[in-house]
Design a protein. Structure first.
Length: 324
């Protein structure tokens, strides 16, 4: 049995102000384009390797696989697309560097990435190209590999993107853009739009690997063509909402959640509570006062102790765990 109840409107007045104040504090203070960023403390970072070389990285890597595919398209590599930088890949890189007039080191450096991108034919840029009116929001569909910009709640423009791999997935949830920058390094392209994911550093950014757009290729970030992210960067302000939708992460749902907890499991609890009609603001992976209040209301509905915590029984009630 699922509780069905009228959806409440978003809190107004003092409650809305309190909610924003809590979000402000939960993210570690303020944010500004030229100041530090309130990213999560738990250490996951969306990395874009600058250098690739024989034996490094030691494990299969999506960027090595993308490199192999690009070299294959150029007729320089006929080995497996296994994501491992082995001797065949290094030799193919040397052949490419020779044709591009670069030192044939066999190591992929920034100059080699740039040369590899030369000649990549981009699809025709989507319309429109004028700035959208009204309040803006973004929806990223991991399955479709698209980023759609909404204006006043209506789709305005859609862009192709690359998303995280199954091993390094893009963070499903409801976030805010909390940082804008243009100098994050070659691998991040020409622009960076940072998200307030509490368990690491993730963002929407450009790329020096345009052939990867439309695939699962990143360490969890959202890659765009440089021309597209530059346009988006001009249009969207700080605190623009970004909703990432995609597969439910493979989580055990074993730990007890209580106020102060963060993580992908918190996001899934929040999303399920919202599906059941509990308005708790953003499903942002932060177990704050609104999430606690929604859990208490769920416990009250089922006659469970109202302690505001999520434990095994609550996971079952929410449908996040099923009996053996």
């Amino acid at each position: 049995m699922n509780p069905r109840r009228p959806r409440r409107g978003r809190p107004g007045g003092r409650l809305a102000l309190m909610g924003l104040l809590w979000l402000f504090l939960a993210m570690g203070g303020g944010w500004a384009e030229d100041e530090g960023t309130p990213y999560g403390p738990e250490g996951t970072v969306c990395r874009e390797p600058v250098f690739l070389q024989l034996g490094r990285p030691a494990e299969p890597h999506p960027d090595v696989q993308g490199l192999q595919s690009r070299l294959q398209d150029l007729g320089l590599y006929d080995g497996p697309l296994d994501g491992l930088f082995g001797p065949e890949t290094a030799q193919a890189v040397r052949r490419f560097q020779q044709t591009a007039g670069l030192p044939p080191s066999g190591m992929v450096d920034p100059a080699t990435w740039t040369a590899l991108a030369d000649g990549v034919v981009l699809p025709v840029a989507a319309q429109p190209t004028e700035a959208p009116p009204g309040p803006l929001s973004i929806v990223i569909d991991v399955n479709e590999r698209t980023l759609t910009l909404y204006s006043a709640g209506q789709p305005y423009k859609s862009y192709p993107v690359a998303v995280g791999t199954s091993r390094t997935p893009s963070p499903v949830g409801e976030w805010l853009i909390v940082h804008k920058d243009s100098g994050w390094g070659d691998g991040f392209g020409t622009r960076w739009l940072g998200l307030n994911v509490p368990w690491g550093i993730y963002g929407i950014h450009g790329t020096n690997k345009p052939w990867s757009i439309g695939t699962q290729a990143s360490q969890g970030c959202i890659r765009m063509f440089n021309r597209d992210v530059e346009e988006l960067y001009r249009w969207v302000p700080l605190r623009t909402p970004v909703r990432i939708v995609g597969p439910t992460p493979d989580l055990a749902f074993n730990r007890t959640l209580q106020p102060g907890a963060t993580g992908a499991d918190v996001v899934q609890v929040q999303l399920r509570l919202k599906e059941l009609g509990f308005d708790l603001g953003y499903a942002d992976g932060r177990y704050g006062p609104q999430t606690e209040a929604a859990v208490r209301e769920l416990q009250r509905f089922y006659g469970l102790p109202e302690d505001g915590r999520v434990y095994e029984d609550i996971y079952y009630v929410l449908g996040l765990k099923r009996a053996p």
